[in-house]
Write a protein that binds this ligand. Structure first.
Ligand code: C2O
Ligand code: CU
Length: 476
């Protein structure tokens, strides 16, 4: 293998984490239990198969999850060093990428770029102190169409004591579609037809793996709803009826509140919503997706019982604290999203090469490109040059131009960026890690280049990512 990383045995990892070099170790469950004083015990995330009955199915599907059931939700504290131990019990290799979290490069979870893939039966210890509070998620970064198709993702909430007491209730709404039949069996995760267009849609929608929840609360309850689009294909347009519902954070980052109506949420994007439940008992508030023909209700809030004591504090989060781009000294670089690639050599190579165990995905097609370059995701040696070479600490503006007929949620690893402008009209200059670019739209994003290294940049419609719309920026 060309790309070598420092890998430690299981014993080595635990020893290193606990600062116990040379001390003989107990098997890790015992160790975790007995070593609380040496270091905080790691949160164990065991990638595994788990039987789970999805909405509308008569039999369980075999989900991939980080625990029995779906989804797992991990809560960390802002700024606190946290240890998360991935233990791979799946038959495929895997990794964990902490989507949207500004982690050190070595913790970014991209096989061959930041670490070796974690093989069946192996472990990898992720250690980082999340710098920003908010609503994030995590998922593998190899075999992604299948792994995410089977559900391998988890919700990550980073808590901040400055938010304590602001809300009476905090609910997670993880939206995901599944490509399963009524018998629970999977349908193909990737289709050429879908991959070359808007993606292959699931056949069953779910919220937190089940039917859309009905949340019953006392009138006047202050609610925070963390809405995550964990689907690999679906884009939603959010609406709310029955009460004023505000977006208070985009991709986890606090923003001045604005009405949710019309907000578009592509794959991997999140919003935190805030509302005060109406004062009249028996009132219904609907949170809906109106992207399709029929509005789909994602969640219903119903008031019942005696009203809570009135709390007039505004539903606003403490402002996000992120590196401020210096636009007076910014360099602009293009990110041109394109359909099709004309690279006969690459095409020929793809036809002749079979997938080995080291493959990063199993698609052998190229339908998309960025700046004229496509990355056949299955092979690291065919990696194109970086999309841009940036200097750490400097401000950059990327102009994302979508020259295709489909929207693309573009995600940059390791950086939170600000949307500066769009050819579609005024923007809210929101801080995000993923931005949706509509057909023919030009979006300008600004950010301060972070830690030196190669940071992935790709479409989060996973079939697009795996068929060419993937690259990386190099920070030196
Ligand atoms: Cu959520 Cu590179 O991805
Ligand atoms: Cu795309």
């Amino acid at each position: 293998m060309r790309y070598q990383f420092r890998t430690l045995s299981r014993r080595g990892l635990m020893t290193e984490m606990l600062g116990l070099a040379g001390v003989s170790l107990l098997p890790s469950p015992l160790l975790a239990a007995s070593s609380a004083s040496a270091a905080a015990a790691p949160i164990v995330l065991e990638s595994q198969e788990t039987p789970f009955v999805l909405p509308g199915c008569s039999a369980p599907s075999t989900l991939w999850s980080y625990k029995a059931g779906w989804p797992v939700e991990v809560r960390l504290k802002r700024g606190q060093m946290s240890h998360l131990l991935l233990r791979n019990q799946l038959k495929d290799h895997t990794s964990i990428h902490w989507h949207g979290v500004r982690v050190p490069l070595a913790m970014d979870g991209v096989p061959y770029i930041t670490q070796d893939p974690v093989k069946t039966g192996d472990e990898f210890l992720y250690s980082f102190a999340p710098p920003d509070p908010g609503t994030f998620f995590f998922h593998p970064h190899c075999m992604t169409a299948e792994a995410l198709g089977r559900g391998l993702a988890g919700v990550l909430v980073v808590e901040d004591p400055r938010e304590d007491g602001l809300f009476d209730q905090d609910h997670t709404l993880a939206v995901k579609d599944w490509r399963v039949g009524q018998d629970g069996a999977y349908q193909a995760f990737v289709t050429d037809r879908g991959a070359a267009r808007a993606g292959t849609f699931g056949s069953r929608r779910s919220i937190n793996g089940g039917s859309p929840p009905v949340i019953t609360v006392a009138p006047g309850t202050r609610l925070r709803l963390r809405l995550l689009n964990l689907d690999v294909t679906r884009i939603m347009t959010l609406e709310a009826t029955g009460a004023a519902v505000a977006v208070i954070a985009t991709d986890g980052n606090a923003c001045p509140p604005f009405p949710v109506t019309g907000w578009r949420l592509g794959p991997a994007m999140r919003v935190d919503l805030a509302l005060t439940a109406p004062t009249k008992a028996g009132t219904k508030v609907l949170i809906q997706d109106s992207w399709g023909q029929e509005p789909f209700t994602l969640a219903t809030v119903v008031t019942e019982g005696v009203a809570r004591r009135r709390d007039n504090r505004p539903l606003i989060l403490p402002a996000a604290e992120l590196p401020e781009p210096d636009l007076s000294d910014a360099q602009v670089f293009p990110l041109s999203l394109q359909a099709g690639v004309s690279d006969p050599a690459l095409d020929a190579w793809l036809k002749d090469n079979r997938f080995g165990d080291e493959a990063l995905c199993r698609s052998d097609k190229l339908f998309w490109a960025i700046n004229g370059k496509a990355w056949p995701a299955m092979d690291m040696d065919k990696r194109p040059p970086p999309l841009a070479e940036l200097k750490s600490g400097r401000t950059y503006v990327a102009e994302i131009a979508n020259h295709t007929q489909h929207p693309h949620p573009v995600h940059l690893h390791g950086h939170t960026f600000r949307v500066e402008s769009s050819s579609r009209g005024p923007t809210r200059r929101q801080w995000v890690d993923t931005v949706l670019a509509a057909p023919d739209e030009r979006v300008r994003i600004a950010f301060v280049a972070g830690e030196p290294g190669d940071w992935m940049l790709h479409c989060h419609i996973i079939e697009h990512q795996e068929t060419g719309m993937m690259g990386y920026i190099r920070v030196t």
